[in-house]
Design a binder for this molecule. Structure first.
Ligand code: PYC
Length: 332
């Protein structure tokens, strides 16, 4: 029996996929996107699994639904869907969603070149530049980011100890800089990153408490950000961000870049007004900036911005037919 056909615009942000689903939105209960995210996870997660996992998606697949605004001052809301679940915030997902929605006419801003969007992690502001019907770039003024743990020592079974920071940029990141048991991301293969990241994440989950002071549904380390040498001209830093079970972000990761900015600010390496060009494992770049200093609960925090680009490359009509044994996807 067919459960639904979902029309999608397929795009990528600096190499990482974004599938904007333009039909079949479930009617979600809640006044905020955080509450609607909980309702989606409890009652409609099968849609995410069908559209993100193989055979309709793949390990890195990520996407979104646009919803009407939750707040009086916003233009729209975004629900993020990924192989890893429904993230509170996704930077590359926002850049791809805004690009696809503006280019296809799904979103019409009240003020040209500007948007205010509700996301599960809070409210974000957007500037974007459009030439004819193409969006050249999107800049996100993200939710506040803060350093939650500094110089924590993780015992990682099989690898040894790692000294790490944990930083929040819309999701919680374990940040691993080069050290004795990690030579730097350009000295490890992608297979090494995929092998050690789940073990490091699990060690962090066991050993370090992370709960967002303003929203306890946002909790727990979900991503691992490995750093190392840059390969692209103009980059200030490089990362490989691990998420889900088997994904390395092909974009420089918006929430990861925000978390990195908060870490470098807390360590006194960046100050308000500084920019930081961050590159991904494939060398694609986002421009991060420490826009201002703020607070998250009792923590010193920053308001980061991230600027990047996306390209739309296709339209899709995906049918979920539950007589298909793999209707709701699989993972190998
Ligand atoms: O860009 O924030 C991001 C992101 C999270 C997971 C993959 N990309």
């Amino acid at each position: 029996m067919i459960k639904g056909t979902y029309f999608c615009v397929d795009a990528h942000t600096c190499g990482n996929p974004v599938r904007l689903v333009t039909s079949g939105h479930p009617n979600l209960i809640g006044n905020t996107m955080s509450e609607k995210r909980q309702d989606f996870l409890a009652n409609y997660d099968w849609i995410r699994k069908a559209l993100m996992f193989e055979p309709r998606g793949h390990d890195m697949m990520s996407g979104s639904f646009l919803y009407p605004p939750c707040s009086a001052n916003s233009d729209a809301s975004i629900l993020f869907i990924e192989t890893s679940g429904c993230l509170p915030m996704c930077g590359h997902g926002t850049i791809g969603t805004v690009t696809a929605a503006i280019e296809t006419g799904l979103l019409t801003p009240k003020v040209p070149g500007k948007l205010t969007l509700d996301v599960p992690a809070g409210q974000i502001n957007i500037d974007y530049k459009q030439t004819d019907n193409k969006v050249d770039w999107v800049k996100i003024y993200n939710v506040p980011a803060y350093l939650a743990h500094m110089d924590a020592i993780l015992e990682v079974p099989g690898l040894g100890s790692l000294t790490v920071d944990v930083s929040y940029g819309g999701n919680y990141y374990v940040i691993v800089d080069p050290q004795e048991n990690f030579p730097g991301l350009r000295h490890w293969s992608a297979a090494d990153i995929l092998r050690w990241s789940p073990i490091v994440r699990e060690a962090a989950r066991q050993q370090l408490v992370c709960v967002h002071p303003d929203d306890p549904t946002v909790q727990g380390v979900s991503h691992v950000l490995w750093t190392g040498e840059t390969i692209s001209e103009g980059s200030d830093g490089a990362n490989a961000v691990f998420y889900g079970d088997k994904a390395i972000d092909r974009s420089p990761c918006g929430t990861g870049t925000s978390a990195r900015l908060a870490q470098l600010f807390a360590r006194g390496i960046l100050k308000v007004g500084d920019t930081y060009t961050h590159e991904s494992i494939i060398g694609s770049q986002f421009i991060g900036k420490v826009e201002s200093a703020t607070k998250v609960g009792d923590y010193d925090a920053i308001r980061p911005s991230i600027q990047g680009w996306a390209r739309v490359f296709g339209q899709n009509a995906i049918t979920i037919d539950d007589s298909d044994p793999y209707a709701f996807g699989f993972q190998v």
